[in-house]
Design a protein around this ligand. Structure first.
Ligand SMILES: [Zn+2]
Ligand SMILES: [Zn+2]
Length: 444
C-alpha cells in the first residue's frame, strides 16, 4: 500500500467515502454528487441526468448493478449505515495547561497524554479535521496524523470513527479493566504509519483493494463502510430463531438407528455436551459418524459455537433469550459474514491471478539466466508480459462465464454488513491490544 489519505487509526478505513445516487448522494468529500465523468461505470441500468437545466455535468444515477468505484451504490448500502464512516472523533494531546472540564470522562481525567475531542461530520481533509462539535477543551480544527509522532511537544491528533472508538472502549475494559486511551496514544506515537495504521500491521485483502490514494468503492465491499455498532438487520436475524418450546434439552439432526453398542451411550447428557465443547468442528463431524449417540447434537452445542466463534456478538446476552434455535442462529450468523467470506476470497483471487502469471514469467526468465539487473531483462519482459496478462484475463473470464464462483457466492450471499465490519474491527482490535500490552514502559 502506498500513500493514502488519513484513515481511522483503529479500523484502517478513511473518512471520505462517496455514495450515490441522487438523494443523499455525495462525493468523497461530502459535497456535490458523482458525475458521469467521475465514474468508470458503463452499466446499462444506470443513467446520467442533469440535476437542473444548464448544470455543468450530468449526475451518475446508480442502477442495481452499478459498477462504479467512485461511490458506494445506494442500492447496496443505506444512508444510516454509512453515516458513521464519514464522521471523525480524535484523541488529542494534553497540553501543559490542560484542565479537567465538567463533561470529561473519568478515563480522560486519569490519562497522562490525551483526551477525546468532539465529532466532525465533514470527514478529514488532507491532514486536518474541521468543525469538531462540541469544541471540547476549545479544540475546533486540529491537524490529524496516522504517523508516529515520537512524543514531540506539538503532536497531531489521532483520527477515529466514533463507532470504532466505542468498540475500542468495550474491548479495552474487557482486556485492561479500563479505557486505556494512553495505550492507544503511545502505540500511535511509536508505531503509527501512513500505510495501514501501524508499522507492519497485517492488511486484509479487501482493504488492499479499497484503501488507495482515494478510497476505491469496489462493489461487494460495502461492509467496510457499515456501522458496526447499530447493525442493520441483526434483530431481524435473531428474532425468527427464538422458538416456542424450550430448547435446552432438544437436539438437532435425526437419530441414527441400529448399532446397539455405543460406549458413549452411558454418559450423562451434561458430559456428552462437555465432550463436544472440547472438540473442534471437524472432530465433532467425525464423532457423529462414529457414534450413534452423537448422530444427534444438542442445541446447546450450537450455543457454545456461537459464543466461541463470534465473541463480537454482544447482543447475545442482551437480545437472545432461551428458548432459541441455536443451530439455526449459528448457521444464519455464519452466512451473514458474506457466506463465510467467500466473496472476499473471490475478489482476492481476481486480484491475485494476474500477479501469479507475472511471477511465473519472472521465474521463467530467471531460469533462462536473465535476472532483473540484466540489460536483456526489459526487452524479454516486455515481449511476454502482454501475453501473461491476456492469459490471466482469459482465465478470469472463463471462470466468470462458467458461473462457478458467482453461483457459490450467490448461494451463500446473505450478508449483514455491519456485523461483518464488526467482526473485522474486533479481530484488528485484538492485534492492537496485543501491541499495546507489549509496549515498553516509558520513563519520564
Ligand atoms: Zn474506523
Ligand atoms: Zn453505474
Amino acid at each position: 500500500m502506498g500513500y493514502t489519505e488519513q484513515v481511522c487509526q483503529i479500523c484502517g478505513v478513511p473518512f471520505n467515502i462517496g455514495r450515490e445516487p441522487e438523494l443523499s448522494a455525495w462525493r468523497d468529500y461530502h459535497y456535490d454528487y458523482i458525475t458521469e465523468e467521475d465514474t468508470d461505470c458503463k452499466d446499462d441500468g444506470c443513467s446520467n441526468v442533469l440535476r437542473h437545466p444548464g448544470a455543468d455535468e450530468a449526475e451518475h444515477l446508480a442502477g442495481p448493478e452499478c459498477t462504479s468505484t467512485s461511490g458506494y451504490s445506494g442500492w447496496r448500502i443505506s444512508v444510516e449505515e454509512i453515516q458513521d464512516r464519514n464522521r471523525c472523533l480524535c484523541l488529542a494531546q494534553k497540553k501543559e495547561d490542560w484542565k479537567p472540564e465538567i463533561d470529561d470522562h473519568a478515563f480522560e481525567i486519569e490519562s497522562e497524554y490525551c483526551y477525546l475531542t468532539g465529532i466532525s461530520s465533514t470527514g478529514v481533509s488532507d491532514f486536518g479535521v474541521e468543525n469538531l462539535t462540541p469544541a471540547r477543551h476549545g479544540l475546533l480544527e486540529p491537524m490529524v496524523d496516522n504517523n508516529a509522532q515520537e512524543f514531540t511537544s506539538d503532536q497531531a491528533a489521532m483520527p477515529m470513527h466514533p463507532a470504532c472508538f466505542e468498540m475500542f472502549k468495550r474491548e479495552s475494559v474487557r482486556i485492561f479493566g479500563y479505557v486505556n486511551i494512553d495505550g492507544l496514544w503511545k502505540l500511535r506515537e511509536t508505531q503509527g504509519h501512513y500505510s495501514n495504521r501501524f508499522k507492519d500491521f497485517p492488511i486484509r485483502p479487501d482493504l488492499e483493494i479499497t484503501v488507495q490514494q482515494m478510497f476505491n468503492c469496489v462493489p461487494g465491499t460495502e461492509y467496510l463502510a457499515s456501522d458496526p455498532i447499530r447493525v442493520n438487520g441483526l434483530s431481524e436475524l435473531i428474532r425468527p430463531c427464538q422458538m416456542a418450546t424450550h430448547a435446552a434439552d432438544s437436539f438437532v439432526f435425526e437419530r441414527r438407528k441400529g448399532d446397539r453398542s455405543d460406549v458413549f451411550g452411558s454418559l450423562p447428557l451434561e458430559l456428552q455436551q462437555s465432550l463436544l465443547e472440547y472438540l473442534d468442528r471437524r472432530s465433532v463431524a467425525n464423532l457423529r459418524l462414529a457414534s450413534k449417540v452423537f448422530s444427534q447434537v444438542p442445541q446447546l452445542y450450537f450455543k457454545h459455537l456461537v459464543r466461541a466463534e463470534m465473541p463480537w456478538l454482544w447482543e447475545l446476552d442482551e437480545q437472545v433469550r432461551n428458548p432459541t434455535d441455536w443451530h439455526a442462529l449459528w448457521l444464519k450468523l455464519a452466512s451473514a459474514d458474506g457466506g463465510d467470506k467467500l466473496d472476499e476470497k473471490h475478489r482476492n483471487w481476481q486480484r491475485e491471478d494476474p500477479n501469479l502469471n507475472y511471477e511465473a514469467l519472472r521465474q521463467k526468465l530467471t531460469r533462462q539466466g536473465i535476472n532483473a539487473r540484466d540489460p536483456r531483462w526489459n526487452q524479454a519482459w516486455m515481449k511476454e508480459v502482454d501475453e501473461a496478462k491476456a492469459q490471466a484475463e482469459a482465465e478470469i473470464k472463463a471462470v466468470q462465464d462458467s458461473g462457478r464462483w458467482d453461483d457459490a457466492v450467490k448461494l451463500k450471499a446473505t450478508e449483514i454488513r455491519g456485523l461483518r465490519n464488526r467482526r473485522r474491527i474486533y479481530e484488528d482490535l485484538q492485534l492492537i491490544m496485543e501491541r499495546i500490552r507489549a509496549l515498553p514502559v516509558i520513563e519520564d
